[in-house]
Ligand binder design. Structure first.
Ligand code: GYE
Length: 321
């Protein structure tokens, strides 16, 4: 009996060793922890890339530091990871390191944000269409204003990030069709609540009148609201129009409350899509160069829009992050 137990224990120990030997090593260089969106995205990777699912995930919070992000990718290469997933802080400056990953024979997935580099330099990309998000925001405003003039302020996301570049580009495309819209200023709020607040405080000092504030993410919008509250400026359905991006639970709560008029979703739940791409690559299948994660727009109660879903308690209840 004792011998049998020892044998069984040995077999179990061996199977644990062989199971862990089979885990795929995934290195993810995450942008940072600047926003609620980012925290939800990070959590989603931890939820999906588990040992039970066959993965060993190393996720590095790069704290919005491009140089650190490059260094960490190189570290993953040296450690011979099986896959490297990059969420690029900025679009520029990727050619050399992508080439190094490629030369090491490690498949590389660009996730969420994009790079300004040839798509020959990476295996595949997964993410949302940030320009389309900007267009949706512009179209919602166009429909709502219905020809009325507007003075607009923009609190941008981190300069050089594809999220900020795309959203600005998309919104500006629509704005260009509206000579009655005036963009008074557009400034970087770094996708943070503090950043949004600081930029808004500055705007309030510089511009005595404005009708619309476009915030490149929800956290910036919260900061902008704090600044307007402190200055006694009314916003929402009967005040300054706030447009936001991300549509997180808190962002949609404020949309349902009529404080944010339009909130364009950007879906942080991307890890399953990335995992499916990895599984396909493991199986030797061809994968598309880009897999789109789809988004939609939301608007405050009382607004009917062809570009956005009107917020209700039910919609909010379905928003976990
Ligand atoms: O909108 C913002 C975040 O890259 C889409 O980055 C992402 C953006 C998101 O910090 O909240």
């Amino acid at each position: 009996m004792k011998k049998l137990c020892v044998l069984l224990a040995l077999i179990m120990a061996l199977s644990v060793v062989s199971a862990s030997a089979e885990l795929l090593k995934i290195g993810y260089v995450q942008v940072g922890h600047e926003s609620d969106w980012r925290m939800a995205n990070t959590q989603n990777y931890f939820d999906v890339f588990t040992e039970d699912a066959g993965f060993e995930l190393e996720l590095i919070d790069c704290d919005n530091d491009h140089a650190l992000q490059l260094a960490k990718v190189r570290e993953f290469v040296n450690k011979e990871f099986d896959y490297i997933v990059i969420d690029p802080i900025q679009t520029a400056g990727w050619d050399d390191v992508l080439k190094e990953v490629q030369d090491a024979g490690i498949p590389c997935i660009i996730a969420d944000r994009s790079v300004d580099a040839s798509d020959e330099l990476y295996t595949t990309a997964v993410g949302t269409d940030m320009t389309a998000e900007g267009v949706t925001a512009g179209k919602c405003l166009e429909e709502y204003l219905a020809g009325k003039p507007a003075k607009i302020l923009v609190i941008e996301g981190s300069t050089g990030s594809s999220a900020a570049i795309g959203r600005a580009e998309g919104f500006n495309q629509v704005a260009a069709e509206h000579p009655e819209w005036e963009i008074l200023a557009s400034q970087d709020g770094d996708f943070t609540q503090n950043g949004g607040q600081a930029v808004m405080e500055d705007f309030i000092k510089r511009f005595p009148e404005f009708d619309v504030v476009v915030c490149h993410n929800d956290n910036e919008a919260y900061g902008a609201m704090d600044a307007m509250d402190a200055a006694g400026i009314k916003y929402g359905v009967d005040g300054v129009i706030i447009i936001s991006f991300d549509a997180t639970n808190e962002g949609l709560t404020r949309t349902l409350a009529g404080k944010i008029l339009f909130n364009v979703e950007c879906n942080p739940i991307q890890a399953v899509t990335v995992m499916n791409v990895i599984k396909a690559l493991q199986a030797g299948e061809e994968v598309e160069k880009f897999t789109l994660v789809v988004d939609e727009g939301f608007c405050a109660p009382g607004i009917e829009s062809q570009y956005a879903t009107t917020m209700t308690e039910e919609v909010l209840a379905g928003r976990k992050y």
